[in-house]
Ligand binder design. Structure first.
Ligand code: OGA
Ligand code: NI
Length: 208
């Protein structure tokens, strides 16, 4: 086994044992720049939209629960992000190989939390859609410092684990079991968030 296989194995072990894993410097400087360039384009062209809660049927926009603005990614349309999608394919392979997860399909969005926004404590599964298996977060805040806020709090076994949203950090957790919260941010907070699915959701699944 080479070094990179060893690393993947260690990360996957931690995810299996602790239900979450944090990996610093997961993405390269190059990929970081690529994602930020894409992000700023979407910001400038006003394509980030207020995020809501729930499935399509009971979709609600509630600022008091979450205050972020998001843009859903599409692998075929957003080809500028191909290296990111390749990395996520690799991650999916490792999860299948080492954690024996049956994954097919994924969904990703970029998210901006404006100053003063937050996301209350929640689980990443909606009542009508339980196919989110693994939550993937890549943080994008260069020079983040204590006091900037926007930490992600993981609630686990009566403990509160603080995850600082520093640039290039990866956080993975099991979507069905980890309750979490985004604390109020004092700076514009950038991240790329996604879910690896047990099966494709919605109509695509019904038709396949
Ligand atoms: C979410 C979420 C956490 C974060 O989008 O469901 O919990 O740190 N995001 O951005
Ligand atoms: Ni969440």
């Amino acid at each position: 086994m080479n070094d990179s296989e060893d690393q993947w194995l260690e990360w996957m072990d931690r995810l299996a044992d602790d239900d979450y894993v944090i990996v610093d410097d997961f993405i390269s400087e190059e990929l970081f720049s690529l994602i930020m360039e894409f992000f700023h384009q979407k910001e400038v062209s006003n394509e980030l939209k207020k995020a809501g809660i729930g499935t399509q049927k009971d979709f609600q926009v509630k600022a008091e629960i979450r205050g972020d603005f998001i843009y859903w990614l599409d692998k075929d349309r957003d080809t500028a992000l191909s290296p990111f999608f390749q990395l996520m394919d690799e991650l999916t392979q490792k999860l299948k190989q080492f954690c024996y997860l049956s994954l097919s399909g994924s969904e990703f969005h970029i998210a901006k939390y404006p100053v003063g926004s937050y996301y209350n404590r929640h689980l990443d599964q909606f009542s009508e859609s339980t196919n989110r298996q693994i939550t993937v977060l890549i943080y994008l805040n260069k020079n983040w410092q204590k006091g900037d806020g926007g930490e992600l709090v993981i609630y686990k076994d009566g403990q509160e684990i603080m995850v600082e949203p520093v640039a290039k950090r990866l956080l993975l957790f099991k979507s069905a079991v980890i309750e979490h919260e985004v604390l109020t941010t004092n700076i514009p907070r950038y991240s790329l968030t996604g879910w690896l699915l047990q099966q494709p959701s919605g109509i695509g699944y019904l038709l396949s």
